[in-house]
Ligand binder design. Structure first.
Ligand code: MN
Length: 475
């Protein structure tokens, strides 16, 4: 048996062997695009290997969750897209054997069944996602003949990696790229250079170009009429029966014509050379999905899954990953539509509640008017809008939904910009320090971070965050 990622083959084989020996198996995974695809891959491979299992999802793998698993009758728990960071807690419970396929920083504890790229010197942020780690175990679980070597699951692994933001300069690299190669070989994936814009399968061309924001092109991006004029000026059949085509509808020659017109426009309007290069990237196409379906494009697929995750509908996302169509897919599409509506109205909510300005940060409190799961995205979208400064880190508060086992508190989301990060902003440190100052917990990334703080501690958090950001930007 050849392995997709040779460095991880021993660990994958050991995990697979333990899973085959399980009598009562629970599969526990993270609720996001990477976690859902991880579970989709793991669940399919287990089923093919004849290993029965239950599936459960968690926003966070905390002690309460581990305790629940220990109290139930499972002799084995397979953790995907989390588990490494909680190994110290997990190993306190002897009721079950943990098997882990994860890519996050491991805690200071070990188990015999642990696959994680970081343990073998691979980068868990850009070279392998949780879904990729699960795929390595799935490939080691093969054994029912050629047609069930699980290589078809590479497509889901790519959706997970893309959803986990592992794309580097327009493409997947390292172990992720090895998984791409397996998917291409298995005939389930196409990876080719193309337009790096979101919505190539589903958006009519004017919407595709007007909405694309990664590389803003003057007179087209954010300008629907401008995009229409641009497209009307191109000598190609971009409409069919009066309706605009999508990017997926175009043939190779038409695509080339449009790309070269776009590049010419970008050059003429002074877009920097490296930004123009970023217009082109590798597009990952799931060949088993219908043309024009968001499931055909890895990036659109992952966005759909994130919508199910955000609204706590993991079962819907998992069903879609497991290949169910019809009702679950309709439900996922409804959730995405609802999500887009929430975001659009969310920016209006920010304007209504008003943004306060401190020395180094700005903030607003959405109360219960925005779900805690979208308040961060809305905060990022609002930057630069009316009454919201563009180059100032923004802090957003929202009431935490009461899900029974959590302490009541306030959810904090923070957003910066790449430009601010270049100047020294590290919101993950800001979140951790400011939350600690008021008895909360926080962390995340340089450009986006979050925290939970006790209700009533909002102004204390703002003051602490303002001081830390001040030190970072003007040391
Ligand atoms: Mn992940």
């Amino acid at each position: 048996m050849d392995a997709p990622v040779p460095e991880l083959s021993t660990r994958a084989a050991r995990c697979a062997e333990r899973l085959r020996a399980a009598d009562d198996l629970l599969l526990a995974s993270h609720i996001d695009a990477d976690g859902l695809t991880s579970a989709g891959i793991a669940s399919a491979a287990l089923e093919r290997a004849g290993i029965g299992h239950d599936v459960v999802f968690e926003k966070q793998l905390d002690r309460a969750a581990v305790e629940r698993y220990a109290a139930a009758d499972y002799d084995t728990v397979f953790f995907t897209d989390f588990g490494s960071g909680q190994l110290d807690v997990i190993t306190e419970y002897a009721a079950f054997t943990p098997v882990i396929a994860d890519h996050h920083q491991p805690a200071d504890a070990e188990t015999a069944y642990h696959l994680n790229p970081l343990l073998e010197g691979l980068d868990g942020g850009s070279e392998l996602s949780g879904a990729g780690a699960s795929y390595c175990v799935a490939r080691a679980l093969e054994g029912n003949g050629d047609d069930e070597d699980n290589r078809d699951l590479a497509a889901l692994a790519v959706v997970g990696a893309v959803g986990d933001m592992q794309v580097v300069e327009g493409e997947l690299i390292g172990a992720n790229a090895e998984i791409v190669a397996e998917g291409v070989e298995a005939g389930v994936l196409d990876a080719s250079k193309g337009l790096a814009m979101f919505g190539t399968q589903t958006r009519p061309l004017p919407k595709l170009f007007a909405y694309a924001s990664d590389v803003p092109i003057p007179g087209i991006t954010g300008d629907r009429n401008g995009a229409l004029r641009f497209l009307d000026g191109i000598d190609a059949e971009l409409r069919e029966d009066g309706e605009w085509k999508t990017w997926a509808d175009l043939d190779t020659a038409e695509r080339q014509t449009v790309v070269s017109a776009l590049v010419q426009r970008a050059v003429r309007t002074g877009v920097a050379a490296d930004e123009i290069e970023a217009l082109i990237g590798t597009t990952y196409t799931l060949l088993g999905e219908e043309r024009g379906s968001e499931l055909r494009d890895a990036s659109e697929f992952s966005t759909l899954l994130n919508a199910t995750a955000r609204y706590d509908r993991a079962a819907v996302g998992l069903a879609v990953c497991r290949g169910e169509r019809g009702a679950p897919l309709d439900a996922a599409r409804d959730l995405l539509r609802e999500h887009r509506r929430t975001l659009a109205t969310g920016v209006g909510v920010v304007r209504e509640v008003g943004v306060e300005r401190e020395s180094h940060v700005q903030w607003f409190h959405a109360g219960d008017r925005l779900p805690e799961t979208v308040v961060g995205i809305v905060a990022g979208m609002a930057m630069g809008e009316d009454g919201v400064a563009a180059g100032v880190p923004i802090i957003a508060f929202a009431e935490k939904e009461d899900d029974g086992d959590d302490e009541p508190g306030v959810k904090v989301s923070m957003r910066g910009t790449p430009r601010l990060v270049e100047r020294g902003l590290d919101l993950s440190a800001v979140a951790a320090e400011a939350a600690a100052a008021v008895g909360g917990d926080g962390g995340g990334h340089e450009v986006a971070a979050g925290a939970t703080v006790p209700a009533g501690q909002e102004s204390g958090f703002v003051a602490a965050a303002d001081a830390v950001v001040g030190e970072q930007l003007d040391p």
